[in-house]
Design a protein around this ligand. Structure first.
Ligand SMILES: Nc1nc2c(ncn2[C@@H]2O[C@H](COP(=O)(O)OP(=O)(O)OP(=O)(O)O)[C@@H](O)[C@H]2O)c(=O)[nH]1
Ligand SMILES: [Mg+2]
Length: 431
């Protein structure tokens, strides 16, 4: 592990109590508050925080002044004193006023889920683009939350919530923050332009682009590494990957495509972060095909999938041709695994199983632009035959009993439009 930045601040690690407020609104949002709190523990540990205990309050509504109820504030104070906590981390987003009130009442550092996630990103950022994006997200988040005197952040001392990307400490002065934000935006525009040029060049070259997306820790980087022998960072922790990494993948036919690994998603992904990472995530928009990697062994995989679909929607990539990769099948209980779809737009795999990787490569090849496919259509299905003619140039026709065999050099876009209908009639291509 190279990430030692959480030790820089006075060498004192944060010791935290984690707090969740469950209101009817939270429940209605479809989120599972317990799972969310478990995830918060995970996030805190990833950020180098020592988690002392967790606390949950069920309440009709959010307290505007304290976020949690006044009685709960007292309980939190007592627990913090007893355990020697330095920090309280809230699972939901707090307003600037709530943070200040809690800080004053409890005399400890108050952090919310968003800040915690941003802190992890700050520790992970390695490339210039990543660093710019994270700092912009952090400052955009902080600015409206700073008190009039700009004291808020300096009160925090060190540790989580104060760390900028790399070895930097976050700016705490309002006016400087504004200047810094505009500098960062400027620099990022450069990066965006550069990235766009690069993408356009790749696009022109006609290479098929595939993006790996998914919930954090699903196994995206592992798949990239196992498929391409790429030297990428794989770790059993949240947000191991921050910057997109592209690698060439050779298919069984010898054709090459580009596979790109992207930052993982998480529920309640901070909006500032999504906005700041737009440039990076544009990679997903430009992809010809999205591989949505899911940790099939996670009891919350369905919730994860919904989150990923939502974020893809925010990025404008919702309608992209997608294959769902149910990964980590080796860890998925067998009766669960039985219920997972395998075939068509879904596959059940283990990133560590050769046969699955081969199958995945074959599937990608089948999706390739300009590929030749053979469809076997029941002769009486004139509607389907007409559809096949719309997917590209028909090279040959044969009759096989009751079926018509049509070999087509498919046009990727046209084929994609009818893929759902026609896929069951595809003959396995010979390789
Ligand atoms: N058992 C098992 N473990 C897997 C499989 N695929 C990935 N893993 C493990 O899952 C963990 C997370 O893998 P990563 O590839 O870092 O996940 P990621 O999706 O890139 O995660 P982020 O970059 O954090 O978004 C690592 O410990 C991998 O070794 C699999 O098929 N089976
Ligand atoms: Mg990764």
């Amino acid at each position: 592990m190279k990430h030692t930045t959480h030790e820089v601040d006075n060498g004192i690690a944060d010791r935290a109590v984690l707090v969740s407020l469950v209101t009817p609104d939270v429940k209605r949002s479809g989120m599972n508050p317990e799972q969310s709190l478990d995830e918060l523990v995970n996030l805190a540990e990833t950020a180098g925080v020592e988690v002392l205990t967790t606390m949950t309050q069920n309440k009709e509504s959010v307290d505007t002044k304290w976020f949690i109820g006044k009685g709960k504030v007292e309980e939190l104070r007592a627990a913090a004193e007893e355990l020697g906590a330095t920090t309280a981390i809230f699972d939901q987003e707090l307003s600037g006023a709530q943070v200040r009130n809690l800080e004053e009442a409890l005399d400890m550092k108050i952090i919310d889920r968003t800040q915690l996630i941003l802190d992890i990103f700050a520790q992970r950022a390695k490339t210039r683009e990543g660093i710019l994006q994270v700092e912009l997200a952090q400052l955009s988040y902080l600015l409206p939350r700073l008190s009039g005197h700009g004291k808020n952040l300096s009160r925090l001392g060190g540790g989580i919530g104060t760390r900028g990307p790399g070895e930097t400490k976050l700016e705490t002065d309002r006016r400087h923050i504004r200047d810094r934000i505009s500098d960062l935006k400027h620099s990022l525009e450069e990066v965006v332009r550069h990235r766009k040029l690069h993408r356009e060049r790749r696009k022109k070259s006609g290479v098929f682009q595939v993006a790996l997306v998914g919930y954090t820790n699903a196994g995206k980087s592992t798949l990239l590494r196992e498929l391409t022998d790429a030297d990428v960072y794989v770790e059993n922790q949240l947000f191991a990957t921050l910057d997109p990494t592209s690698r060439t993948l050779e298919l069984p036919s010898g054709k090459e495509i580009v596979l790109t690994d992207t930052v993982g998603f998480i529920q309640n992904l901070p909006h500032d972060l999504v906005a700041a990472f737009r440039a990076t995530l544009e990679e997903v928009n430009e992809a010809d095909l999205v591989l949505h990697v899911v940790d099939s062994s996670s009891p919350t995989r369905n919730e994860h999938m919904v989150v990923v679909e939502e974020v893809l929607g925010q990025l404008g990539a919702a309608g992209k041709p997608t294959i769902v990769i149910y990964n980590k099948k080796d860890m998925c209980p067998p009766d669960e695994r039985m219920t997972l779809p395998d075939g068509g737009d879904a596959m059940v795999v283990s990133a560590y199983e050769e046969a699955d990787l081969a199958r995945l490569k074959q599937t990608l090849q089948d999706r390739l632009a300009g590929d030749t496919r053979t469809f076997a259509i029941p002769a009486e299905r004139g509607d389907l035959i007409a559809l096949v003619y719309r997917t590209g140039e028909v090279k040959s026709q044969d009759v096989d009993g009751e079926r018509l065999l049509l070999t087509v050099e498919v046009n990727k876009q046209d084929f994609e439009k009818h893929a759902r209908t026609l896929e069951p009639f595809l003959e396995q291509p010979a390789t």
